[in-house]
Ligand binder design. Structure first.
Ligand code: ADP
Length: 176
């Protein structure tokens, strides 16, 4: 049973703006008005219509998720989620990050997305320790997929080999 579940999780190295999935998740900030890192890359690739739509939404609290169209991206939808800024681990950073994955996957089911791609939320400018973040990402995704059959595949798109290797290592641990 776990083997089957494991096949619904894929680790890829690459650029999330190029991935052909129903929905890509964006590591946004609370303003939803774009920024650096993966957020900037998604806005550039989607085009100015994305910013026009996120302006109308008016922001998103940490740990929650908001959906827009994907515009010029290969993905039909963008799920914007706001990860916690790491500040030592005593400000509920773990719980907020777990909520990002739960709420993004829940949003994916609400729009009927069957394939979903995630970047490594909070591990760039927000400085969340990589291994700890990857552990949360994979455990939350595993338990969500266990309870939900409508999402067929979740792809973790790693920007660089260091992140890729860490996901592969933690994936083995999570599925022991
Ligand atoms: P945060 O502010 O949530 O930390 P960042 O965008 O700074 O978000 O970083 C999140 C992760 O996204 C980092 O691991 C970074 O290397 C990665 N990243 C940056 N650009 C891309 C991209 N085009 N595709 C996939 N991942 C990316």
């Amino acid at each position: 049973m776990d083997r089957e579940l494991k096949e619904r999780i894929e680790i890829l190295e690459g650029d999330i703006t190029k991935i052909e999935v129903d929905a890509v998740v964006n590591a946004a900030n609370t303003s939803l008005l774009g920024g650096g890192g993966v957020d900037g890359a998604i806005h550039r690739a989607a085009g100015p219509e994305l910013l026009a739509e996120t302006r109308k939404i008016g922001g998103c609290p940490t740990g929650e998720a908001r959906v827009t169209k994907g515009y010029r991206l290969p993905a039909k939808w963008v799920i914007h989620t706001v990860g916690p800024i790491w500040s030592g681990g005593n400000r509920n950073e773990d719980e907020f990050l777990a909520s990002c994955y739960k709420n993004s996957l829940k949003a994916a089911t609400q729009i009927g997305a069957v394939t979903v791609a995630f970047p490594s939320i909070s591990t760039g400018a927000y400085r969340f320790p990589l291994e700890r973040a990857v552990d949360i990402a994979l455990r939350e995704t595993k338990s969500f997929l266990q309870a939900n059959q409508s999402i067929d595949k979740v792809i973790f798109v790693c920007f660089g080999s260091q992140a890729y290797n860490k996901y592969e290592e933690v994936l083995k641990k999570v599925f022991n």
